[in-house]
Ligand binder design. Structure first.
Ligand code: GLU
Length: 448
């Protein structure tokens, strides 16, 4: 590690030693981009590293809301506006009990580098609240979203900061958030939020985009090996929006997704999550708000493994799509022992640092990180913004074509950067380096 990187890392450790997810994301990135740091002496002179790993602004606010029995509760709300070098802040909102400043900062950091590679003019942000949507009524969710927006609306806007969904925030929540924003701001400003419904400025394919994008990226990796998805078995975790899109696209391309998981365990469906009835059931399970995958096993007569993770099932391809640090060293060892050949990250930072290292070092596995393979959702969010500013809607095939093009460009840029820095086929490092160089160059151009 050179002295400058050490200085930046020491400062971070001192300031944020109590924020594990944030430090984990930043430290693994610092490792990835190390080969590019000697390229330009201005990186150090302008203290670019510190400026890139610190959020430009972080809001914390209380979110009081009243439940159906008349009792008041107070959640902790956050929005981190991480980096605006390339465009307005852009990123999701997460409503889940484990949301902390560390979690929103790691998400905002990852989002910045993800967004940079989409080729569209968006900066990076993230936010959310430690509100647990499980078992809440529709009216409680609406009141919560309205209270959340009361705190956030003055800091966002189509040219300022454009939130979207993440875990616990889907089209229903975006609807309530948008309705509240419109009322508070007095403006019909569709570009202020993405993931909107199709009747009020949403984009076709936005819901499918997170999953489709990951599969488009994977398809390029397979192509590189002169292979295709035809006949491949895929294990995924989660059963949310991204999992739903992955099941659909993998099925369409001839592969089979054989696992899904939730906080309660995983299901193994040897026939594949591969019919419309099954895809629709995923949406129903999600909408029920119970956050359990077991009902899938009951409904379709397959096996449910309580308290277990899906990585023990032998497959060709593993795609974690649930949450940060869901995959640990034991799981990584299992994937390697089962001869998994492709490890593609859908969720943000799904593997612990050690697990990720193990997978990257394994000569038999090709790996892709979430900052590249997980960027389909935000890519179509940016396309939604474009359509909103045009006051026009593109067709489904037009948006899908653009999404494929974006994922393909990200793949090419990652592979090219890895090659240029003598890193072989390390798509994770390649993507980090390409994104770093792009943001660095925008920041240098705009002065200190
Ligand atoms: N949370 C999503 C992501 O990880 C979406 C962000 C957005 O669309 O702004 O990329």
């Amino acid at each position: 590690m050179n002295d400058y990187v050490k200085h930046v890392a020491d400062n971070l450790q001192r300031q944020y030693g109590h924020e594990p997810e944030y430090l984990q994301a930043v430290f693994s990135w610092l490792e990835s981009i190390a080969p590019a740091l000697e390229d330009d002496s201005r990186y150090e002179k302008l203290d670019l590293l510190t400026r890139m790993v610190e959020p430009e602004r972080l809001f914390a606010f209380s979110v009081p809301w009243v439940d159906d029995a008349g009792y008041a509760h107070t959640a902790h709300g956050y929005r981190v506006q991480f980096n605006s070098a390339i465009g307005p802040y852009k990123g999701g909102l997460r409503f889940r009990a484990d949301v902390t400043p560390s979690v929103v900062k790691f998400l905002g950091f990852e989002q910045t580098y993800k967004n940079a590679m989409t080729g569209l003019p968006i900066g990076g942000a993230a936010g959310g609240a430690d509100f647990d949507p499980r078992g809440k009524s529709n009216r409680e969710i609406m009141r919560f979203c309205q209270s959340f927006m009361t705190a956030l609306y003055r800091y966002m806007g189509a040219d300022t900061d454009v939130p979207s969904g993440d875990i616990g925030v889907g089209s229903r929540e975006i609807g309530y958030l948008y309705g509240a924003y419109k009322r508070l701001s007095g403006r019909s400003e569709s570009g202020a939020l993405t993931g909107k419904g199709l009747t009020y400025g949403g984009s076709l394919i936005r819901q499918e985009a997170a999953g489709f994008g990951t599969v488009y990226f994977l398809a390029r990796m397979l192509q590189h090996q002169h292979e295709s998805l035809e006949g491949k078995l895929v294990a995924i975790s989660g059963f949310g929006n991204m999992s739903w899109g992955i099941c659909r696209k993998v099925t369409e391309l001839g592969g089979k997704v054989v696992t899904l998981s939730g906080p309660d365990g995983y299901i193994h469906d040897p026939d594949g999550v591969a019919t419309k009835e099954k895809f629709d059931f995923l949406l129903q399970m999600r909408q029920s708000g119970a956050d359990k995958v077991e009902p899938y096993a009951e409904k379709f007569g397959v096996k449910f493994y309580p308290g277990k993770k899906p990585w023990e099932v032998p497959v060709d391809i593993a795609i974690p799509c649930a949450t940060q640090n869901e995959l640990d060293v034991e799981d990584a060892v299992m994937l390697i022992a089962n001869n998994v050949r492709y490890y593609v990250e859908g969720a943000n930072m799904p593997a612990t640092t050690e697990a990720r290292r193990l997978l990257c070092l394994s000569p038999k596995i090709l790996t892709a990180g979430s900052k590249a393979a997980g960027s389909g959702g935000v890519a179509v969010s940016a396309l939604e913004m474009v359509q909103n500013s045009l006051r026009y809607s593109w067709s489904r095939s037009e948006v899908d074509r653009r999404l494929q093009g974006i994922m393909s460009d990200i793949y090419d840029a990652s592979a090219a950067a890895a090659e240029a820095y003598g890193l072989g086929y390390d798509l994770m490092a390649g993507n980090d380096i390409a994104a770093f160089k792009k943001i660095a160059s925008a920041m240098i151009a705009q002065g200190v």
